[in-house]
Design a protein around this ligand. Structure first.
Ligand code: G3I
Length: 374
């Protein structure tokens, strides 16, 4: 007869294994059967100079997006000059960790040097010359990582909040078809890559309708848009779960995938809910920065519930949601600390400033084991 102590130890071991099996400790394992869980990474993380950050990314995430190093001003700062040193390291990091690797972003109105739109004399370029420049950039950057970067944000933030096309130099010089052209060039440069249209506030009706009209128009021309990227710069009360769900379903009806590409949840006093307009800059004010010394438990709890609620929606829509990417790793890394007010202490992510998982992390892990909503 086995002794009593052996029986108790075996029972404890079995119970621990059962609990471990029910609650996987990592985001990528918890959501493995549903979608990739990604993070936007900075150079310190993927070069390993931030060892703690690199370890969290490698352990927790199945996809990465470069927060800045593939933006035009970084990768192609001057005519004919490309700097691929950091992007090469970024891609190597993703490959080493067997990740779904995202490229961000090819055509955007922001972080593009002025020379791109001008001739040698500083005069605005004509349409054909700018198209040629765009094509050359896309072929150089997408072509270099052909078969290695799995998915590209081809056009970023082309829409205004009312759904009309944003007045950018791309639009003014080339005309409306600059979007179709960017997708065509990216597809030619890497026919296998998944190509995305990426924007913020797509949950709001007017902008969502603008995006739907844009995608339909591209589809009618045979342009290969594979996914819509809903950025997901959210707050505690925007967008509601219902609004998020409706946006995902509306894009699903177009036959494209949806990626949540830049998720973070702001708990600070709202200044520009739903927006991610990089040009916004609000004057610093202590009233706008209330959690300088830590997040009160009640807000921590509200953040955890909010994350769980949104992941509940993504899980419900997992047939169409292919990836959920957090815009950063720890709270200390987040762009939210400096936008739209410089120097705030923000808490938008799943890991705290010490790299420890927050209650929001546990809530997201637990959500994966809950019954999926219908
Ligand atoms: O690296 C330099 C540093 O050397 C310099 O001393 C410092 C002084 O300004 O600037 C540093 O660069 C900043 C960079 O972030 C790294 O921190 C840039 O000024 C700043 O403009 C840049 O902001 C980025 C922003 O896009 C604009 O490109 C944010 O990190 C990045 O999170 C943010 O990401 C965007 C997505 O690409 C598109 N959707 C919205 C999202 C949030 O704005």
């Amino acid at each position: 007869m086995p002794n009593r102590r052996f029986v108790i130890l075996t029972a404890i071991l079995a119970a621990s294994l059962a609990i471990a099996a029910q609650s996987p400790a990592t985001l990528k394992d918890a959501y493995r059967d549903s979608f990739y869980v990604g993070a936007a990474v900075n150079a310190a993380q993927f070069t390993g100079s931030d060892l703690r950050g690199a370890a969290i990314v490698a352990k927790q995430f199945s996809s990465i997006t470069p927060e800045n190093v593939l933006k035009w001003e970084r990768v192609h700062p001057r005519p004919g000059v490309y700097d691929f040193a950091l992007p090469d390291k970024y891609v190597e990091f993703g490959e080493k960790n067997h990740m779904f690797i995202v490229g961000h972003c090819l055509v955007w109105h922001s972080q593009v040097p002025d020379w791109v739109f001008e001739d040698e004399k500083g005069k605005p370029l004509a349409r054909e010359a700018l198209l040629q420049r765009m094509r050359e950039h896309i072929f150089a950057v997408v072509g270099r990582y052909k078969g290695r970067i799995n998915s590209w944000d081809v056009v970023n933030e082309a829409l205004n909040d009312d759904g009309s096309l944003r007045q950018t130099k791309w639009l003014q010089i080339i005309g409306e078809d600059y979007i179709a052209k960017a997708f065509e060039y990216a597809h030619q440069a890497d026919p296998q890559a998944q190509l995305n249209y990426n924007d913020y506030s797509l949950e709001n009706e007017a902008k969502r309708n603008g995006a739907i009209a844009l995608i339909k128009k591209l589809q009618a021309q045979g342009i290969p848009v594979a996914a819509v990227g809903i950025q997901g710069h959210d707050s505690l009360d925007w967008p509601s779960a219902a609004l998020e769900d409706a946006a995902i379903e509306a894009f699903a009806k177009l036959g494209v995938k949806v990626a949540i590409t830049e998720l973070d949840i702001d708990v600070l006093p709202p200044v520009a809910p739903g927006s991610a307009d990089v040009s916004l800059n609000v004057k610093a004010d202590p009233k706008l920065n209330p959690y300088l010394n830590g997040l009160p438990d009640a807000v921590q709890k509200a953040l955890a519930e909010r994350y769980a609620g949104l992941f509940g929606v993504y899980l419900k829509d997992r047939a169409v949601v292919s990836r959920v990417t957090l815009w950063g790793v720890t709270d200390g890394d987040s762009w939210r600390n400096d936008w739209p007010v410089v120097g705030r202490t923000s808490y938008p992510l799943l890991f705290d400033r010490m790299g420890e998982p927050k209650p929001a992390f546990d809530a997201v892990i637990r959500q994966a084991a809950r019954p999926v909503q219908r």
